[in-house]
Design a protein around this ligand. Structure first.
Ligand code: SF4
Ligand code: SF4
Length: 113
């Protein structure tokens, strides 16, 4: 039988690693999400360079599904993106860059854990 305390600690660490407070509890991002949707600056994957290794999604602290945006020929539109540039630095193909532009439509593509 699993001890209740052990499960709680495990879950707490899981949520901490997942930035659960930032994503699901903190009220500050509500306004930021609106402005971030209309931000001109966003990261984009160059499909010609990308080899679908998955590293960018693995290192993204906000669990953004970058490759779904790439596969839909979109910049990374997720309002969860905090523009930390981790994906840019970790991509072995240098396929990701910050770009300036306007985007039509919107779909939030993130992994909910
Ligand atoms: S890390 Fe770079 S090469 Fe790998 S899937 Fe992401 S964009 Fe493509
Ligand atoms: S810039 Fe940071 S938060 Fe945005 S998609 Fe890349 S790794 Fe994720």
């Amino acid at each position: 039988m699993i001890k209740p305390e052990a499960v709680s600690i495990e879950q707490a660490f899981g949520f901490a690693n997942n930035r659960a407070f930032c994503k699901y509890v903190c009220p500050v991002p509500v306004l930021q999400k609106i402005t971030s949707r209309f931000s001109l600056l966003k990261v984009k994957i160059d499909p010609a360079k990308c080899v679908d290794c998955g590293m960018c999604e693995k290192v993204c602290p906000m669990d953004v599904k970058l490759l779904e945006y790439k596969n839909n020929n979109q910049r990374v539109l997720s309002t969860e993106c905090i523009w930390c540039d981790t994906c840019i630095y970790e991509c072995p193909q240098n396929a990701i860059a910050s770009t300036i532009g306007l985007d039509a439509g919107f779909k939030e593509r993130i992994n909910y854990r």
